[in-house]
Structures are given as structure tokens and as C-alpha cells.
Design a protein around this ligand. Structure first.
Ligand code: CAO
Length: 654
């Protein structure tokens, strides 16, 4: 029978860590190594994998809880396991997320060269090295990334176990490593060199086999050191202004975190902390001056040395006294959802906390330029990116809109100095252009447009229109009927016949809002740009009334006297370029409407009547529509209806 087993918090490299994600639910079947929860310490986030497969029966923690080693996470009904027994905590623990490095050396006074090996990476398999982040001769701080590994689940950095100088690198990009593989030799300042030690090298501290080891108590010792932080080479001999002090005494800072901001005559720059620690003293003030080598602050660094939880069996059989083995900082394991490789394939180097910050702000890390070592993205880079994105001009008529709704990304406009090629003049956009441009752009990129072309035989309509205009002229009326008025009437008829065109998509895209009125917007060309006043209840008005209204609103539009109300409430738009020319065009849907009719110049064409060619005045129609709402067949029916009404306007009274 299946037994119920506890899964406990393994060694998480610290006292308490916060649960930031619970990756399983009661009833889930989990496989060995599947992530159970993600926890976050002040240094890293890490997944805790299942030590065995089974079905989740009970979850004892939730997001926001603080957990520590040995705490109960979940109860799992192990599949195909032996009968239940009283499991000692270590028998049911997940494999430790943090393993011991092979940095073992006996104490001595001089420098030491230690071996840095790959800690527990949560898999027994070999994984690929996708980046080597340091070079021989580099000074590295504790927790600096040394190499980046990629498993099938995540990318992770192998951090440096302590401050030192890289003496020799034993791996290369593209190589394969596993737990315990030698990464590099590090010369450290504090502990002994292997050669200097008279005692036999201590056995490399390994994580005890999960089912057999009883960890010995961990004896931790902390050594603190107060170090000066100087202004690095700032590329100038003189003094520069301190324009911002980014930290205060008592602050805990991470390596690479900005301490102060300097301003030269060429640039502003942050001076980062070369190592992590606590600010003990600040030697600069806002508005002060510094030069290369000036002391900025003193930082207290704390180095914790912990005895290895060596297996009992190993400890008793070890012939030589084991030198204290340094506990590696936790591997900065990245949750699969934040894997180092972006969708575009670009590798991103950032710590989990930076990735988390980016995801809180919705920042796509592939767009952020890293200013840390080897282009590593720092928290400040994410913050600067957000500041820049918020401050830069939004979608204007000629802008390169980097991010629209739906994560639309487009390439930035190339910067061209046109004056290099001849004389130029820069003219500001009109107010209308500045407003309509971004709207047109949004509609163009967010609405899936299709344009249906058709033509209407308006031979008899034109004869009728001319008769009417002749009569109006005789009556000394100022009224003049243009083809557009009949097109508006025909459109109203088509909107009533196909009400789908008289609708708008709800904002959540879940429903259609059908309008029971027929208000039609007319695109009017004005010296200041395009405006779209609305003629209301076109279906209920006569040709003369619409003609008068059209004349009034187009005059008002050209005089710049339209009010916002004049331009609201449209269900459908007509853009007529017939008075100018052209054979067809593809108008842009005027959201939230779903259709727009473009009208081009009518033309006499020979039309076959079955026995002869007849001259017919043909009016080109271009119907653009939102394909999310309108199907192609419906659009074709709509234009056929329009053409049929325009060919025989008696149908308007049917
Ligand atoms: N085919 C042939 N002749 C046409 C025609 C057509 N489709 N449409 C209009 N005409 C004729 C008219 O009959 C008139 O001729 P007469 O003076 O001989 O009678 C002449 O062209 C001018 O008409 P109009 O443009 O003054 O009047 P209208 O009612 O057709 O249009 C308005 C009014 C306000 C829509 C128009 O002036 C306008 O601004 N059109 C531009 C719209 C526009 O810019 N759309 C593009 C939007 S996308 O950038």
C-alpha cells in the first residue's frame, strides 16, 4: 500500500526563507525533482525539488510563509514505496539546494589557493556551461557569478564562495559539468594555501546521501572586516561633483549596487559597491567633490565559515582532522518561468531578485542593457529602464512606439540627419495631427483589417442628383447635393440590414455591443488635419436635411469650430475622396467602430449588359472592417447591398 511521507525543508543556506510560490496543489501527481515551492532569501530565490514521486495529499505552507530547514512542506503519498516507517527528517528531505564547495584548506597566515567546484545543482546529470563570467586575474567578490549553467529547467550562476583573485579557469563555454566538477582556482586572502598546510587536505565535503546521512551540527563562525571603498578610475584627473548619495550609514548593500552618482562634464555615472556589506561610514556628501581614489565609504563585510554537515560515517572514518569547509552561497537558481534564455534566444544574466523586480514592473529583460560585469543586469538597470520608458514620448504620429497593448514591439525609427542630403525645414505637427496620429496608429496595429472592394453603378443616381441640383439652383437654394449624401443613406440602409457593422467589441473582447441607432461619421479634410464629425440618425433623415447638415459640419470642421460632442457617437465612418480622385484605397477602421467605407472617384466604364457594352458611371467602394467582428462573406454582402441601393435608390424607401 502507498505510504504518506513528509517532505521537509532542506538546507536552504540561511535561517528563514520566504515562500514566494507554491508550485503544486493537493491531488497533483509529482515526479522526483519536480519543484514543490520556490523560496527566496535576501540573496537568491531557489526551487525546492521533490525528493521522490507521488501524489500531493496535504500542503502545509502557503505563499508568504517563512520556512526554515526541517519545516514540513507537504505530505505526499509515495507511489510504489515500501510500507511506512517512521522517517527521520533527513530521510524525507528534498535534496539540499545548497551544497558544499570543494574549498577546503587548513588555517594558515598567508594567501590560499582554493578549488571552486560546482555545488548541488539539483540534478545528477551533466549540464552545459553557457557562460564563463570571469577571466584569469579578475578580482571577484563572494557571491559574484563565476559561470552560468543551463539545465533543461533553468539557468543558474555558480557563485564565488569568497573574495579572491581568479588564478586558473578549468572550464570553458560549451563544456559540460556536474556537481563537484572543478570550475576554477581562486586565490583568497584570508585562509591558508593548500601547499602551506602541513595537514592532509580535508576530504571534499559532499552532501551526504539523502537516505543515510545524519548531518552533524553546523558550527558557523563569522569574520567581519571593514574595508574602504574608493572612487575607481573615472577617466579624468580632476575632481567631479557628487550629485547623489544613494546609500546611508547602516544600509546593507549588495555587490554592484550604486553608492554615489557622479557628474563629469561628459556624463553621469554611478559608483557601485565592489562587494556586499553594511555601510559603516560615509565619507562623501551630496554636492561634494571627489576624484579617482577618494574614499567614498567604509563597508563592513561579513564572511561566514561553517563546518560541513559531514556524514556521520564519513566523519568517524576520516583519518585526518577535517579543515573547516566553507559553505557556498546558494546557487542562484532561476525559476523555469524566468529562464535565462529569452524567447528571442538572447541570454539574460541577472540574479533572481533582479528578475523578480523586472517581472513586478513588467520589464522585458531582453530590452535592458546590463551595466554589471559581463553585461549582467543589475537592479539599477531595471529601474533606469522603467524611468526611461515612463519619461519618453508616447505614441505620437511619427514615433516608434516600443510597446503597445498586447506587448506589441516594433523597431525604433532609424535616426537620420536629413540635412546631410540637402536643405530641410522642421515644421511642428498640428494639434489635430498629434491627436489623430496615435489613434490611427493604434487602430492600424491592433485591429486585424481586411478591405473589401466593390463598385456601384450610379448612372441613374447621378442623373437624379443632377436634376435635383438643377431644381435647387432654380429655387436659388444654397443647398447642393453631392453623391456622398446618397452614399450615407445607402450606408444607413446597409447598417440596418447588417447590424454587425453597427456594433463595437466590448473592452474585454468577450461580447459585441450592438447599437440601435445609426450615427455616421464623415472624414473631413481640413487645413489642420483630418477630423470626423458625426451626423446622427442618418436612417431617419431625408437627403436634403443630410445635405444641409453635411455642409454645416464640414464648414465648422474647416473653421476649426467642431466640439468634442460633434465628433462623438459614430457607429460607422465614411471617408470620401471622390471629389479629389483615385480608384481605391484602404481606410483605417475608426475604433471602436468595426467598419469604414472609403469612396473613390466615380468613372464611366463600359459594362456588358449581356449583349452590348453600355457606358455606366461606376463608383468605387472600399470597405475596411475589423475581422474579429466581421467575416469576409458578411463584408461582401454589405458592399453588394450598398451597390444595389446606390444603383437603384428607390430601394431606399422599401
Ligand atoms: N466621384 C466623383 N465626383 C465626386 C465624388 C465621387 N465619388 N464625390 C464627390 N464628388 C464631386 C462632387 O459632386 C463635387 O462636384 P461638383 O462641385 O461638380 O458638384 C466635388 O466632387 C467636390 O465634392 P465635395 O468634396 O465638396 O463634397 P462631398 O460631399 O463629396 O464631400 C467632404 C464632403 C467634407 C467629405 C469632403 O469635402 C472631404 O473633406 N473629403 C475628404 C475626406 C478625406 O480626407 N478622407 C480621407 C481620410 S483618410 O486620410
Amino acid at each position: 500500500m502507498a505510504e504518506l511521507k513528509d517532505i521537509l525543508v532542506p538546507d536552504v543556506g540561511g535561517d528563514e526563507v520566504e515562500v514566494i510560490e507554491v508550485c503544486v496543489a493537493v491531488g497533483d501527481t509529482i515526479a522526483e525533482e519536480d519543484s514543490i515551492i520556490t523560496v527566496e532569501s535576501d540573496k537568491a530565490s531557489m526551487d525546492i525539488p521533490a525528493p521522490f514521486s507521488g501524489v500531493v495529499k496535504e500542503i502545509s505552507i502557503s505563499v508568504g510563509d517563512k520556512v526554515s530547514e526541517g519545516g514540513l512542506l507537504i505530505k505526499v503519498e509515495a507511489v510504489g514505496s515500501a510500507p511506512a516507517e517512521t522517517a527521520a527528517p533527513q530521510e524525507t528531505q528534498a535534496a539540499p539546494v545548497v551544497a558544499e564547495p570543494a574549498s577546503s584548506a587548513a588555517p594558515a597566515a598567508s594567501k590560499a589557493v582554493i578549488e571552486v567546484t560546482v555545488p548541488d545543482i539539483g540534478t545528477d546529470d551533466q549540464v552545459e556551461i553557457i557562460d564563463v563570467l570571469v577571466a584569469v586575474g579578475d578580482s571577484v567578490s563572494k557571491e559574484d557569478g563565476l559561470i552560468t549553467l543551463e539545465t533543461d529547467k533553468a539557468t543558474m550562476d555558480v557563485p564565488c564562495p569568497e573574495d579572491g583573485v581568479v588564478k586558473e579557469i578549468k572550464v570553458a563555454v560549451g563544456g559540460q559539468v556536474g556537481q563537484g566538477s572543478l570550475v576554477l582556482l581562486l586565490e583568497t586572502g584570508a585562509s591558508a594555501s593548500v601547499e602551506a598546510s602541513s595537514v592532509a587536505p580535508a576530504p571534499i565535503a559532499e552532501t551526504a546521501p539523502v537516505a543515510a546521512a545524519t548531518p552533524a551540527p553546523v558550527a558557523a563562525t563569522s569574520v567581519s572586516e571593514v574595508k574602504d571603498v574608493e572612487v575607481p578610475d573615472i577617466g579624468t584627473d580632476g575632481e567631479v561633483d557628487v550629485i547623489d548619495v544613494l546609500v546611508a550609514v547602516g544600509d546593507t548593500v549588495e555587490a554592484e549596487q550604486g553608492l554615489i552618482t557622479l557628474e563629469t562634464d561628459k556624463a553621469t555615472m554611478d559608483v557601485p559597491a565592489p562587494f556586499a556589506g553594511v555601510i559603516k561610514e560615509l565619507k562623501v556628501v551630496n554636492g561634494g567633490k571627489v576624484a579617482t581614489g577618494s574614499i567614498i565609504a567604509t563597508i563592513e563585510t561579513v564572511t561566514t565559515t561553517a563546518a560541513s554537515p559531514a556524514p556521520v560515517a564519513a566523519a568517524t572514518s576520516a583519518p585526518a582532522p577535517a579543515a573547516p569547509a566553507k559553505k557556498a552561497p546558494p546557487v542562484q537558481q532561476v525559476h523555469p518561468s524566468q529562464s535565462g534564455a529569452s524567447a528571442s534566444g538572447k541570454l539574460i544574466h541577472a540574479t533572481p531578485s533582479v528578475r523578480r523586480l523586472a517581472s513586478e514592473f513588467g520589464v522585458d529583460l531582453t530590452k535592458v542593457t546590463g551595466s554589471g560585469r559581463k553585461a549582467r543586469i543589475l537592479a539599477d538597470d531595471v529601474k533606469s529602464f522603467v524611468k526611461y520608458e515612463l519619461s519618453r514620448p508616447k505614441a505620437t504620429a511619427n514615433s516608434s512606439v516600443a510597446a503597445g497593448e498586447g506587448g506589441l514591439q516594433v523597431l525604433a525609427q532609424p535616426k537620420v540627419d536629413f540635412s546631410k542630403f540637402g536643405e530641410i525645414e522642421e515644421v511642428p505637427l498640428t494639434r489635430i495631427q498629434k491627436i489623430s496620429g496615435p489613434n490611427l496608429h493604434r487602430n492600424w496595429v491592433t485591429i486585424p483589417h481586411v478591405t473589401q472592394f466593390d463598385e456601384a453603378d450610379i448612372t441613374s443616381l447621378e442623373a437624379f442628383r443632377k436634376e435635383q441640383n438643377a431644381m435647387l439652383a432654380k429655387q436659388k437654394s444654397d443647398l447642393k447635393i453631392t453623391p456622398l449624401v446618397f452614399i450615407m443613406k445607402a450606408a444607413a440602409s446597409a447598417l440596418l440590414a447588417y447590424p454587425q457593422f453597427c456594433s463595437s467589441l466590448s473592452l474585454d473582447g468577450e461580447s459585441l455591443i450592438k447599437k440601435k441607432y445609426v450615427h455616421i461619421g464623415i472624414a473631413v479634410d481640413t487645413p489642420n488635419g483630418l477630423v470626423v464629425p458625426v451626423v446622427r440618425d442618418v436612417d431617419k433623415k431625408g437627403v436634403n436635411e443630410i445635405s444641409r447638415e453635411l455642409m454645416e459640419i464640414s464648414t465648422k470642421a474647416r473653421d476649426g469650430k467642431l466640439t468634442a460632442k460633434d465628433m462623438q457617437g459614430g457607429c460607422f465612418t465614411i471617408s470620401s475622396l471622390g471629389g479629389i480622385g483615385g480608384t481605391a484605397f484602404t481606410p483605417i477602421v475608426n475604433a471602436p467602430e468595426v467598419g469604414i467605407l472609403g469612396v473613390s472617384k466615380s468613372e464611366m466604364k463600359p459594362k456588358w449588359n449581356g449583349s452590348d457594352f453600355e457606358p455606366k458611371l461606376m463608383l468605387p467602394l472600399s470597405l475596411s472592417y475589423d475581422h474579429r467582428v466581421i467575416d469576409g462573406a458578411l463584408a461582401a454582402r454589405f458592399t453588394v447591398h450598398l451597390a444595389s441601393v446606390l444603383s437603384d435608390i428607390r430601394k431606399l424607401v422599401l
